[in-house]
Design a protein around this ligand. Structure first.
Ligand SMILES: Cc1cc2nc3c(=O)[nH]c(=O)nc-3n(C[C@H](O)[C@H](O)[C@H](O)COP(=O)(O)OP(=O)(O)OC[C@H]3O[C@@H](n4cnc5c(N)ncnc54)[C@H](O)[C@@H]3O)c2cc1C
Length: 597
């Protein structure tokens, strides 16, 4: 497979030229994070991703995680060394809070850095991915003593974090969970139960593992209102804060799965393990959402990263592989590179169009996290919080859904050579597949978008997103160079707003209407947001070309890809509008016993 090369030119374009990161950092009082600093960190990260992390990817997939007879979980070759360097070089602490030893860079910085590291080796990055989410949760909800004990170690990466929700009978429906927490009488709790599918539940990379566990107190109300959150370390810290006695937390097995073979997906037993309450009793889901919302953006990023890696391989292969004759080919060889065939170009352009819009949207969502936390103006914080709320299920649900399409196209470009392991591109497809499932399946994201965010806010969050896109259309309405895009974007926005109203009216009469509409609504909204991203890019590149800025080829490629997106991908939005208009009847009329005879 072609070596992963961090797409620094496109990352810089998204951050500096489209999203104007320097202005954004100035807005949130971080003028110290200037373009020069951003670029130097990105370049350093690209080197680390390409030279240290990426070489561990193939063996990680082939060899996978091992579990010894005595229950030790051993990560694949090279993972430990790369993780050690990740900690020593300060990558783990990059966005960690400064008062806990972190470098305090804004959260949005985690986007491009995370993308490069996941693309280099997704399984490896998963060992630290949830630590970042756990840091946010502990910093926000834990009491001062827990924060003092655990945050510095988590921030530095010396200890890692997990997110422990799922049980065999309680996945999407967490209200069904059985894990128990009994008060121990000394302010701590005894946690008992078995959890499944726990990412990085056990491993040999960090000195200690800090589990963020959902469980029920003895007097808890039934269902999801009776869930509490506990911090449960693998080893109890001793009086010096170092890992001490074992805490009754063990890995009972590791899953053998389709992809991310190097990531330890563990069955975890908690046998009266000591834990400490985080947040209020029975308020665990609320605290866990701090972690989950962060993790959902992070999963969107995982989808994007897999697309990029697969796309790079597909482009390299399509330039090299010769089969048949193309209209642009020469007579010097027996056959022409397949990149000349219209159908191969269609597959490559589809990937390029989805990846580059996905990058802008994902980074933009990350910037809303900065603004919601740090903007000096309360109204702007509230606005950013609203945008983040509505964008999170779109980034998680839509970008990861697109990653399945993109990585599949990358295999198709390779023909049979993509299906066999040798080219390595099938790993991207297998690794990407989980992104549509964990952190709440994409069906759950669709219901979150339509049910909780749009209908639950009385349409306010939809108006916020619509206002953002509509404001952009108004600003560029007079531009003759952009009119082909802006007119279509404004038209689709109007159709989306009308469809939102119609679904809301129908859902008020029949809840199945919302459930049946949710996935089409997510897809429609995703295509709308990507169209907005593409017009933003078209505006930037048109201006750059008019100014005679450097990189003419790059900007012309952007405009060509924008046209491809509008002409060849955006029509899919109409199909989703039609499906939305059809309502729930055909989805619901077939009785369960007639699905198969
Ligand atoms: C590799 C891997 C790593 C994971 N890592 C973690 C982890 O670190 N921590 C953790 O706690 N969990 C983890 N999970 C669990 C993951 O989050 C769950 O698998 C996921 O949330 C879905 O739960 P489930 O598998 O029980 O499916 P179910 O909840 O049984 O869902 C099955 C299907 O029904 C649909 N469905 C369910 N309920 C509804 C509903 N109300 N309305 C409409 N459709 C519905 C779902 O969308 C899905 O298509 C991981 C899973 C895997 C495979």
């Amino acid at each position: 497979m072609a070596q992963y090369k961090a797409p620094l030119r496109d990352i810089r374009y998204a951050l500096h030229e489209v999203l104007r990161l320097e202005h954004h950092y100035r807005d949130i009082g971080r003028a110290d994070v200037n373009a020069e600093l951003v670029d130097s960190v990105l370049e350093e990260c690209a080197r680390f991703a390409e030279d240290v992390v990426a070489p561990t990817n193939e063996a990680g997939d082939r060899i996978g995680v091992q579990r010894t007879d005595d229950g030790q979980v051993i990560t694949p070759p090279g993972f430990k060394e790369a993780y050690r360097q990740y900690v020593e070089d300060g990558w783990a602490a990059l966005c960690g809070p400064a008062d806990a030893g972190g470098q305090g860079l804004p959260e949005s910085f985690g986007g491009p850095v995370g993308e490069m590291l996941v693309a280099a080796n997704m399984s490896w990055k998963l060992y630290s991915g949830l630590t970042d989410s756990a840091v946010l949760c502990v910093a926000k909800h834990a009491d001062p003593e827990l924060r003092a004990t655990y945050l510095p170690k988590l921030v530095s990466g010396v200890w890692s974090g997990t997110m422990v929700l799922t049980e065999s009978h309680a996945g999407t429906d967490l209200g069904l969970m059985r894990a128990r927490a009994e008060p121990a009488g000394d302010g701590s709790y005894r946690i008992s139960g078995t959890k499944i599918f726990i990412t990085s539940g056990d491993h040999d990379l960090a000195e200690n593992i800090v589990h963020m566990v959902l469980a029920k107190l003895p007097d808890a109300p039934a269902g999801s209102r009776g869930i509490s959150l506990f911090l449960v370390p693998k080893f109890l810290p001793d009086s010096d804060g170092n890992p001490g006695a074992a805490n009754g937390v063990s890995c009972a097995g590791i899953e053998h799965k389709l992809g991310i073979h190097g990531s330890a997906t563990c069955v975890m037993d908690f046998a009266g393990s000591r834990g400490w309450l985080v947040g209020e009793p029975n308020g665990g889901l609320k605290c866990m959402f701090t972690m989950m919302n962060h993790a959902r953006l992070w999963v969107g990023l995982q989808g994007l990263a897999q697309c990029e890696r697969a796309y790079q391989a597909a482009v390299a292969y399509a330039r090299d592989r010769r089969q048949g004759r193309t209209s642009s080919g020469g007579a010097s060889a027996a056959a022409d590179p397949i990149i000349g065939h219209p159908d191969v170009r269609r597959m490559l352009l589809t990937q390029k169009a989805l990846i580059e819009a996905g990058r802008v949207l994902t980074y933009f969502a990350g910037m809303q996290m900065d603004r919601a936390l740090h903007h000096p103006d309360a109204a702007e914080r509230e606005r950013a919080d609203g945008l983040l709320a509505i964008l999170t299920p779109i980034v998680k649900g839509f970008v990861t859904d697109m990653s399945l399409e993109c990585t599949s196209h990358a295999i198709q470009v390779h023909g049979g050579h993509g299906y066999v392991r040798e080219t390595g591109v099938e790993q991207c497809f297998r690794d990407a597949r989980i992104t549509a499932i964990y952190e709440g399946t994409n069906g759950v994201q669709a219901m979150d978008l339509l049910g909780r965010k749009v209908l639950g806010s009385g349409g306010e969050l939809a108006r916020l997103l619509g206002g953002l896109i509509g404001g952009f259309c108004e600003k560029h309405a007079g531009s003759s160079q952009l009119s082909e895009f802006v007119t279509r974007l404004a038209g689709l926005l109007k159709e989306w707003s009308e469809a939102t109203e119609q679904v809301a009216t129908r859902a008020a009469r029949n809840p199945d209407e919302a459930g049946a509409a949710a996935m089409d609504y997510l897809m429609l909204t995703g295509y709308l947001c990507f169209a907005w991203c593409w017009v933003r890019m078209a505006a930037v590149s048109t201006a750059a070309l008019a100014k005679g800025a450097e990189g003419r080829d790059f900007h012309e490629a952007k405009l060509a890809t924008a046209r491809f997106y509008f002409e060849r991908i955006l029509p899919r939005a109409e199909a989703h509008l039609d499906a939305l208009g059809a309502g729930a009847k055909s989805v619901m009329e077939l009785p369960a016993d007639r699905f198969a005879f």
